[in-house]
Design a protein around this ligand. Structure first.
Ligand SMILES: Nc1ncnc2c1ncn2[C@@H]1O[C@H](COP(=O)(O)OP(=O)(O)OP(=O)(O)O)[C@@H](O)[C@H]1O
Length: 263
C-alpha cells in the first residue's frame, strides 16, 4: 500500500489531457499523452532525462502549446508552479518579503506558511543571495500563498539537505488536506517520493504506466527504464525529521520544515 491515505478520487478530474502530442523541431517530445489530475490528489511524474516531464507540466500550465490533443477542465484553475531553476536577476534586487508580498493572502495563513516552510528569518534577505535550499523554501512558500487548486513542483528537492528533504516531503503530503490543493510533482527521487504519493505516472514521451507506486514498479516498461532493483522505500513518519532524532517533535506536531541552521 502507498504510505499516503488514499483520496476519494472524484469522477471528474480537475484537469485532463486527452491525446496530447508536442513536436519541437520535428522531434516528438510528447506522443498521445492522456493524463488526469483529481482534486486533492498527489501525483508524481517520473521518467528518464528528456522524457518530456517538464514539457507535460508546461502543457498543463498553458506555457507550451500542444500540436494536437485537448485539455479539459470543468472550472478555471489556479496553478502555482515551482520550477526546476529560478535565477532572479541581479539587476532587480528583491527581498524575500517583497517577493512574498506579490501574492495576496489572508494574514494568518501567510504567517502559517512562512512558519511551516521555515523561512521566518529570511524575510529581509535578498532573494539573489539565498542558498539553493533557502530559495526552494521561499519559492514553495510563494507558490502556496496563491492558494492554488494545483501545486506543481518540478524537482523541488534540489539544494535541500537530507533532513530538510524529508521534512519537505512530509509537508507536501499534508498540503492537500490543509489547503485543498492537488499536487503534481516531478521527481527522480524514487525512494522518498513514492511513499508520499497517491499515484505515480511514468512518462517516456508516452505514458508507460501509471497507478499505485507498488503496482507501477512491477510494470515491464517501468522495469525497462529503471531496472528491477529500484524498490520504492516505504517510510512511516510519526515524527518530524529534525535533529536526527526519532522522538516526536515536542514543540510542533504539524508537518513543517525547519529553518536551515544559522552559520
Ligand atoms: N524549447 C525547446 N526546444 C527544443 N527542444 C526542447 C525544448 N523544450 C524541451 N525540448 C526537448 O524535449 C525533450 C524533453 O524535455 P523535458 O525538459 O520536457 O524533459 P524532462 O523529462 O523534464 O527531462 P529532465 O528529467 O532531464 O529534466 C528534451 O529532449 C529537450 O531537449
Amino acid at each position: 500500500m502507498s504510505a499516503v491515505p488514499q483520496q476519494t478520487v472524484t469522477v471528474n478530474p480537475l484537469i485532463a489531457l486527452d491525446k496530447i502530442s508536442v513536436r519541437i523541431d520535428d522531434r516528438d517530445i510528447l506522443k498521445n499523452v492522456d493524463f488526469a489530475l483529481h482534486e486533492r490528489e498527489i501525483v508524481t511524474l517520473i521518467g528518464p532525462n528528456g522524457a518530456g516531464k517538464s514539457t507535460l507540466i508546461k502543457v498543463l500550465l498553458g506555457i507550451v502549446k500542444a500540436n494536437s490533443g485537448k485539455i479539459h477542465s470543468h472550472k478555471k484553475l489556479k496553478f502555482s508552479y515551482v520550477p526546476q531553476k529560478f535565477n532572479p536577476s541581479h539587476s532587480l534586487p528583491l527581498r524575500v518579503q517583497d517577493l512574498l508580498a506579490l501574492e495576496h493572502c489572508d494574514a494568518d495563513i501567510k504567517a502559517e506558511i512562512i512558519r511551516d516552510t521555515g523561512i521566518t528569518r529570511l524575510q529581509d534577505c535578498k532573494v539573489q543571495q539565498l542558498s539553493g535550499g533557502e530559495r526552494q523554501r521561499v519559492l514553495l512558500a510563494r507558490a502556496l500563498l496563491r492558494l492554488p487548486d494545483v501545486l506543481v513542483l518540478d524537482e523541488p528537492m534540489q539544494g535541500l539537505d537530507i533532513q530538510s528533504e524529508a521534512e519537505l516531503y512530509e509537508y507536501v503530503r499534508s498540503l492537500p488536506i490543509k489547503y485543498g490543493c492537488a499536487v503534481l510533482m516531478v521527481s527522480h527521487d524514487l525512494q522518498w517520493v513514492m511513499q508520499g504519493t497517491h499515484r505515480v505516472v511514468c512518462l517516456n514521451k508516452h505514458i508507460c504506466c501509471s497507478g499505485l507506486p507498488e503496482n507501477v514498479q512491477q510494470h515491464p516498461e517501468y522495469q525497462a527504464i529503471f531496472g528491477t532493483n529500484r524498490v520504492f522505500y516505504q517510510h512511516h513518519h510519526d515524527h518530524c525529521a529534525h535533529g536526527d532524532s526519532a522522538t516526536p517533535c515536542q514543540h510542533d506536531p504539524r508537518p513543517h520544515i525547519h529553518p536551515e541552521p544559522e552559520a
